[in-house]
Ligand binder design. Structure first.
Ligand SMILES: [Zn+2]
Length: 901
């Protein structure tokens, strides 16, 4: 029989790529029940996730690594449970981000998009996408993502473009889309509208400028007004005061003179005005401030726009026409100072709105844009979460969701970009009406005129990603995929895009399919550095997952991200934790090498039925407990805790204890070796299955070796039912606890504690490992158990088996011994020669007072309301603890007495 041997070390670099290619080639990423394949059973409920599509311009960052790890874990877990799983991959065309990349490239060539024109620009952008668009998906593969790449989609591909068009036309026909002038956030650098969500506010030092609004009928009188943006004075159309403000009562209804321009505007009253802020009088610029815009609407004030799309002053700005907004601010203030209109300047911290992409200051501007009338959509989306059709995990985010959805503003969906879904609306030069249609029209739908021109704008990227869960499955066609896989099961993403994306998908899904797009929203936290700062390029504190994967392996990275996270909580990523998990991977490998080595030692079938040792029973019972706990934790989305418990089991129980004992059992040979090898193989097999969703590569590789190694041994039947790959092997199903389990665990735990106590004492007293010590135990009702475990204890604690005495009780305490107590068992070690008696007394006294302290604490606890209010089982546990400490105290007291002899 050939001896099967495992390479000494695990090499992630060569293994990961090979394993991934093998999985992909094997078709394991495709659903096991597929409407496009024979034998399809529509009654089996699938588990479906649509990937949050990364930007096609993107390069892998730790945020991607996080969502890929969590989603891949969810998918692998369900796949192993035999559920048909589908994880739909794809990428987002990312309007602004991509366009900026291509513009940068053009500018390096001395070109601009305006110079080459729209068609050529789009051609170049597609070429760019073909060249670089695959980078991010290749990197996602490296993380082990088991997506069905046959179903990969792109938000600008033909099918999704058709879906976008259908969605736009339907909303337009229901009058839920309209076009009109509104105040929006304008990015002067990018020359496009940006959504509220794409604006970030930063506190920056600024100035509060106080100046005079002179009364038209008596210029010696004035109202002092404060502003942070003096250039907007050019667009003022009123001065507002609070109706109850006595200071300004005499001015209300009169007119004031706009500085420099000389226009006359009214003094009005509005309860919006805060009497405490500034001077209590507010200049109203409806064309450049969202609050002023609302006040302007209420009072029918004219809206004057004073800036053009590059944020330069337009003709409404009189002498400042052509100046940049900040240049105008300076010049105008100087002119006002000259004219005696300045009161004072005060340093002031302002909340500056900046664009997420370009970073420059956003200008609120009046602009004609396309909007979605969002309230009717939002109402349905609120109901879907309220009535439980969609569950948000963790559930406290539901409150945030409701609050945002209830205050939602109409959604500006047009962008003045070229890269994206062009708005399917044609303006007629003859009748000025608009034709919106699924097919490109060649004439006006209203007057039949042929002078029609398509709207130049494209749609907000989030419009197409809002359709993602169903457009990727074929909508608007009722495809077999849409039929079977929709609604999807799980939407997993970072909590910071709950509104950007998740809310829009819920609204769009309900609107277009009449169903929720997914049943559960799982929100993971953001990843921070070790100082708790959000990782972002602007902070320069980015941990590059590609470098980590190169150096420490993908499994170590995944394990760290998964075990460090809990739903909705931010986590910090420290390289030293990834290193620790790389060590765990090595531990797994070494344990695997040991087990496979043991298998090759088994040469013949057993002669008798299995007789399991205490350690065999213990490790099996512990594993079954772990399987039960892991299942419960997976079902409640506590993946991090599940991973931690599997880690603890594998390292602290299986590797540290059972493998040590297995060595001795293997040495016994015969049936004992056979059954030990069988236990080793079964525990390793189930552990690898439990670890697979966390660390897919090393577990697949090792499991493959285990499977092959078993085939060459008399134990081959152990793996008879195993499939060819771990990725599709069955998830360990929890079974009810069997009667014998608790007792075995308790007995073995006692052995462990005795061994620990001896080991600790040896370490404390520097007893060399070569010195085998005699030991006397007074074991009470544990006598039989401990006698059977004498050899094990002797081996693990370096005791002299020949000089071990295990008695039920001792008539007399053995003199000259160090005495210790574990539960009800007394331990005596003849260490008098190396132990100082006084020190020993001190040690026992300390032990005694610790036990006393616990007794006092527990007695107080058990006579408090706790005893009646806490669950009976919990109270009982505390009573048992108290009993244990009382026993300990009694034993220690008698040991102290024996030292006095
Ligand atoms: Zn017309």
């Amino acid at each position: 029989m050939a001896t099967y041997e495992l390479p000494k070390t695990y090499d992630p670099k060569t293994t990961e790529e090979r394993i991934y290619a093998w999985w992909e080639k094997g078709g394991y990423f495709s659903p096991s029940n597929d409407p496009h394949k024979p034998g399809f059973d529509p009654s089996r409920k699938p588990y479906v996730i649509s990937i949050p599509p990364p930007n096609v311009t993107g390069e892998l960052h730790v945020g991607h690594a996080m969502f890929v790890s969590v989603e891949d874990l969810m998918i692998r877990y369900h796949r192993m449970k035999g559920i048909p799983t589908l994880w739909v991959p794809g990428s987002d065309h990312a309007g602004i981000a991509t366009q900026l990349q291509v513009e940068k490239m053009l500018s390096n060539e001395g070109l601009s998009r305006e110079a080459i024109g729209r068609d050529e620009f789009l051609r170049r952008t597609w070429a760019w996408k073909e060249k670089y668009g695959g980078i991010i998906t290749r990197q996602i593969r490296r993380l082990g993502a088991s997506c069905d790449w046959n179903r990969e989609r792109f938000t600008l591909d033909e099918g999704l473009s058709r879906a976008v068009r259908e969605a736009f036309v339907r909303l337009y026909e229901q009058e839920l889309i309209y076009r009109g002038p509104r105040l929006i956030n304008w990015s002067p650098g990018l020359k496009t509208a940006v959504s509220d969500l794409e604006v970030e506010y930063s506190e920056e030092p600024g100035t509060l400028y106080y100046f005079k609004y002179q009364l038209a009928d008596n210029p010696t009188e004035y109202i002092a007004v404060a502003t942070t943006r003096p250039e907007t004075i050019l667009g003022d159309t009123a001065v507002a005061v609070h109706p109850d403000d006595r200071r300004y009562r005499k001015f209300v209804g009169r007119q004031v003179i706009v500085p420099i321009l000389g226009r006359l505007i009214p003094v009005i009253t509005d309860t919006y005005v805060d009497r405490e802020f500034g001077t209590g009088a507010l200049k109203i610029t409806p064309g450049h401030d969202p609050n002023d815009y609302m006040i302007g609407q209420r009072h029918n004030l004219p809206v004057i726009s004073v800036l053009d799309e590059a944020a330069k002053v337009n003709k409404n700005g009189g002498p400042y026409q052509g100046q940049d907004r900040f240049e105008c601010r300076k010049n105008m203030w100087a002119d006002m100072l000259q004219a005696g209109l300045v009161v004072k300047e005060v340093p002031y911290t302002i909340n500056v709105p900046r664009t997420q992409r370009g970073g420059e200051i956003v200008e609120p501007m009046i602009s004609t844009q396309w909007f979605v009338h969002i309230q009717p959509l939002a109402e349905k989306a609120i109901a879907a979460v309220r009535d439980g059709r969609i569950r948000i995990v963790p559930d406290h985010f539901a409150k945030v969701y409701f609050n945002w959805m209830e205050n939602i503003q109409d959604w500006c969906i047009s962008r003045q970009l070229w890269w994206g879904h062009r708005i399917p609306a044609w303006h007629c030069a003859d009748c000025r009406k608009m034709t919106v249609s699924l097919q490109d029209p060649d004439k006006c739908a209203h007057c039949g005129g042929s002078q029609i021109l398509q709207d130049p704008d494209v749609l907000d990227t989030w419009f197409s990603s809002g359709l993602w869960p169903f457009s990727t499955l074929g909508w608007p066609d009722q495809t077999p995929d849409l039929d079977y896989f929709y609604p999807t099961t799980m939407m997993e993403t970072a909590y910071d895009i709950l509104f950007f994306w998740v809310a829009r998908m819920i609204m769009m899904g309900l609107e277009f399919t009449g169903e929720v797009p997914f049943n559960t929203v799982y929100l993971h936290g953001l990843i921070r550095d070790e100082h708790g700062r959000k990782m972002s390029k602007s902070h320069g504190i980015v941990v590059d997952p590609l470098i980590i994967m190169d150096e420490l392996g993908t499994d170590a990275l995944r394990f760290t991200l998964l075990v460090g996270s809990a739903p909705g909580n931010d986590m910090s990523l420290e390289v030293k934790r990834v290193e620790a998990n790389r060590n765990f991977c090595n531990k797994i490998w070494n344990a695997g090498r040991f087990v496979i080595g043991c298998l090759s030692q088994v040469k013949e079938e057993p002669k008798a039925k299995a007789e399991w040792t205490l350690a065999d029973g213990w490790i099996w019972a512990r594993l079954q407990g772990l399987v039960r706990d892991a299942e419960r934790l997976f079902q409640s989305y506590q993946y991090g805790e599940a991973g931690r418990q599997i880690y603890e089991f594998f390292w602290n129980e299986f590797a540290d204890w059972y493998l040590e004992i297995a060595k001795m059992q293997m040495a016994e040979g015969g049936d004992r070796a056979y059954y030990t090898a069988s236990t080793l193989a079964r525990i390793l097999d189930l552990s690898l299955r439990l670890l697979h969703p966390f660390a897919p590569f090393i577990t697949e590789e090792l499991w493959g070796h285990l499977r092959k190694a078993l085939q060459d041994t008399p134990l081959a039947s152990e793996s008879a039912e195993w499939p060819e790959a771990l990725i599709i092997a069955a998830w360990p199903m929890p079974r009810p606890e069997e009667q014998w389990e608790a007792q075995r665990v308790a007995d073995f735990t006692l052995v462990q504690e005795l061994v620990r106590v001896v080991r600790n004492l040896r370490a404390e007293k520097n007893v060399p490992p070569s010195r085998k010590l005699p030991m006397i135990l007074a074991a009470g009702e544990k006598t039989t158990i401990l006698r059977a475990q004498a050899a094990t204890m002797a081996a693990l604690a370096q005791l002299d088996l020949q000089k071990m005495e295990i008695h039920r009780s001792l008539d007399e305490k053995p003199a000259g011994n160090v005495a210790m107590v574990v539960g009800a068992v007394e331990i005596y070690l003849p260490l008098t020669e190396i132990v100082n008696i006084e020190e020993e007394k001190a040690r026992l006294n300390k032990l005694f007072s610790e036990a006393e302290e616990q007794i006092i604490r527990l007695e107080a606890l058990l006579s408090s309301p706790f005893a009646t209010k806490a669950p009976a089982a919990v109270v009982q546990k505390e009573r048992e603890k108290l009993e244990g400490f009382r026993e300990t105290a009694a034993k220690v007291r008698s040991q102290l007495a024996s030292l006095e002899d």
